[in-house]
Design a protein around this ligand. Structure first.
Ligand code: G4P
Length: 564
């Protein structure tokens, strides 16, 4: 029998993350979205992060920063009866693997682009992760009130640089000083832009007019009522829209949901313009929590594990952990694991099977975070994120928990990928007596994804090589090792630039170790990885080892009971 109310709860949930390059306006947009959700008390949390941004260079502020990014791990708010779960993808300047992994818990992504800058490097990296997962991507082009690039040019760039087709559902009229508003291509309305100071914090409804109104063009003259300018803007608006009609990609919801087509919106987050319309369209078009692929142990007589999707509305509760945060409360030295609910109804104190550890665990301390406060949650539905106090320290990123009552079989969700780092270093301990603490600290912080640890083949756990996707992660690591484990360290950067997991038969590690520009190491599961100092080295390896593949994400290790 279906769980009462589950269909409705699933249908009203949207779980997404915003991806962007620093300064595109993510904090500002988040604040405005929260305003619409009436979650003012949470908006304060975002503000804190924003102020804090001024202190990112001051690493003594790290503790504070961490507190804030925790409080914003997920922002939940209600809009028009929908429950919105906005996942925070940490990483402004401190871009880290955590950012990537958070995307595995999302059902959609909002790609925020600065209209003056277009697609920037960090957006591109995050976009690629979304693409790999087939996540639907919604594009919001921001800061139209400032001098911007040509809108058609920006659309073109999405295709050229990111390789995704786009379907503008809104279109700007003018930009910068001449920004007059946005045309909603679905409702055929024009929303007029007013740079009203009051509007920046309030919820003013923009003035609107039907695009069929014969007098609509006159309003484009702006406050000065300049009819020549109005005519010019109107002509551009008409010709661009004609072009979009004929040459643009038509809207196709199935393609949007498959992540092959991105609906594009325009606006100004700072002026709170275009944001509410965007939110409404997003809710209409973004997916509700989607079925996820579960991996079951091989059936009798079979060698391959069985894979099949689990419906969110299933009776069987399931969830997976995508983020771990140790020492969240330094006074208690605790560890919180963040779980995305995937199916069924989560209830506090429920007993579930932890698939990897093959044992039953009780989920007795589910938490949600409001600013710095922890609140116990009693229940949650698919799409929701719950923080779990991990008192035993056994939970690991990628772990699945599910109910197995009534003969339901335990399964695991397809793993949370580990991405190949781009920065490498060796850590030198200043006080050798603290080697044990260092090892413990490194292990725990690697579990959180602060860094990845690679062992040198002949040295065991001694002098590992560290990898990170963002360079600042090493500073975060050092700071936390000092603050939380009392270990003073020095970092020596290594000049490798690529890391690839090697899959296939016939790898000869010595061949790579003999060369000056490559190294063969082992990851935490004992899988071989090769580090490269140049693009050229990577090309050489790929071309000369046709039997091997060099992957940017770690292959999944399954079927073995892994260390907790
Ligand atoms: P981020 O989280 O993506 O890093 O960006 P954030 O929201 O902090 O915005 C970066 C800067 O861009 C901020 O200015 C912000 O006010 C501005 N901004 C965001 N949206 C818009 C917009 O629609 N139009 C304009 N003109 N500016 C926008 P700042 O000077 O760094 O900070 P502040 O002094 O304004 O707080």
């Amino acid at each position: 029998m279906a769980i009462p109310g589950i269909e409705k709860e699933v249908a009203r949930r949207r779980t997404f993350a915003i991806i962007s390059h620093p300064d595109a306006g993510k904090t500002t947009l988040t604040e405005k979205l929260l305003l619409y959700g009436g979650a003012i008390h949470l908006a304060g949390a975002v503000k804190a992060k924003k102020n804090q941004k001024n202190t990112t260079s001051d690493w003594m502020e790290l503790e504070k920063q961490r507190g804030i990014s925790i409080s914003t791990s997920v922002l939940q708010f209600d809009y028009g009866g929908n429950q919105i779960n906005l996942l925070d993808t940490p990483g402004h300047k401190d871009f880290s693997e955590d950012t990537y992994r958070t995307l595995t818990a999302a059902d959609a992504a909002v790609m925020l682009i600065d209209a003056a800058k277009g697609v920037e490097p960090q957006t591109r990296k995050l976009f690629e992760v979304c693409r790999m997962r087939g996540l639907p991507i919604f594009t919001f082009i921001n800061k139209l009130d400032r001098p911007s690039r040509e809108p058609l040019d920006l659309i073109d760039e999405l295709e050229k640089v990111l390789g995704i087709r786009s379907t503008p559902l809104a279109w700007p009229i003018g930009t910068g000083d001449r920004f007059r508003g946005i045309y909603d291509r679905i409702s055929n309305e024009v929303l007029f832009f007013e740079s009203d100071r009051a509007n920046q914090s309030g919820r003013l409804e923009p003035k609107k007019i039907s695009a069929n109104d014969p007098d609509f063009w006159k309003i484009l003259g702006g406050a000065k009522n300049d009819l020549d300018e109005a005519k010019e803007l109107y002509e551009t608006f008409r010709s661009e829209n004609e072009l979009l009609e004929f040459a643009g990609d038509p809207f196709d919801h199935a393609q949007v949901l498959a992540g092959q087509l991105t609906p594009v919106f325009f606006g100004s987050a700072m002026n709170n313009f275009g944001v509410e319309r965007f939110l409404q369209r997003f809710i209409e078009l973004a997916p509700t929590p989607v079925p996820r692929i579960a991996v079951y142990p091989p059936a009798k007589g079979e060698s391959e594990p069985e894979k099949k999707p689990v419906e969110p509305t299933s009776d069987q509760f399931s969830g997976f952990f995508f983020k771990i945060q140790a020492n969240m409360d330094p006074a208690h030295r605790d560890r919180v694991a963040f779980m995305r609910v995937c199916s069924g109804h989560f209830e506090r104190n429920m007993e579930v099977t932890h698939t990897r550890l093959e044992k039953k665990v009780k989920l007795s301390k589910p938490l949600t975070f409001f600013a710095q406060e922890r609140v116990i949650v009693d229940d949650a539905w698919p799409g929701d994120i719950v923080g779990m106090l991990d008192t035993t320290g056994e939970l690991r990123i990628g772990d699945t928990v599910c109910t197995t009552s009534g003969g339901a079989k335990a399964f695991e969700y397809q793993g949370v990928p580990r991405f190949s780092p781009e920065h490498f270093a060796q850590m030198i301990i200043r006080d050798p007596m603290k080697r044990k603490q260092l090892q413990k600290g490194l292990e725990q912080l690697a579990e959180e994804g602060v860094v990845q640890i690679y062992r040198q083949r002949d040295l065991g756990d001694k002098d590992p090589i560290l990898g990170a996707v963002g360079a600042l992660q090493f500073e975060v690591l050092q700071h936390r090792l000092q603050g939380e484990y009392g270990v003073d360290t020095k970092i020596e950067k290594l000049n490798f630039i690529h890391c690839r997991w090697v899959v296939g038969e016939g790898l000869n590690p010595d061949e790579f170790d003999r060369r000056e520009d490559t190294r063969c190491l082992l990851d935490r599961d004992g899988l071989p990885v090769i580090l490269f100092k140049s693009d050229w080295g990577l090309r050489w390896a790929t071309e000369n080892h046709k039997n091997l593949t060099f992957q940017t994400t770690a292959p999944e290790v399954r079927g073995t009971k892994k260390k907790g």
